[in-house]
Design a protein around this ligand. Sequence first.
Ligand code: SF4
Length: 182
Amino acid sequence: MKEKNFFLSLNKEALSERIKLEPAYCHIAKGCYLAEISFSDNLSSLLPYLKPQVKALYYEPENLLIFKWKRGDKFYKVSLKGETLKFGTVSDREEAREVFFELFDYLKELSLKFEIIEPDYKPVKRPQALIIYKYLPKTNCKECGEMTCLALAAKISMGEAEPENCPHLTEESLNELRSLLE
Ligand code: SF4
């Protein structure tokens, strides 16, 4: 079974040489990147077996899986699509390499359960950032830690933040957003 052996057959040291960094949405804060690695095989058929084992933020069966992964006290957003694994944010190449090694071991461990896992084809989606943005105050005050309200909307859309991160939401907007995200 290809799914079971996929990660077992790979060499993480060799793969780590392929890490590419691209500026993340928070690049303005200097040293904020998304790391990307391309495998030689398409990962799509693995996604329905990984999805039941992770905290999925977004899932299109056999196309794209985004999930939250905790390492120490930091959360990383991990995405798998086609032949590509992306994760972030990281502050530099050294962190990307360290994170990749642990993330690879985590995925390898999950793959050991593929034979007993019931594949999951139910999508997971949150509303798009522009829909969420309509409910935010649009003052770009930065108190949520983001440079703009749209940046927070994007984070909420991808499951990286919650409406409560904005201290200026009216109760009505907060309730509407909460019900949108349920
Ligand atoms: S705290 Fe709220 S109003 Fe201020 S930038 Fe963030 S989302 Fe916008």
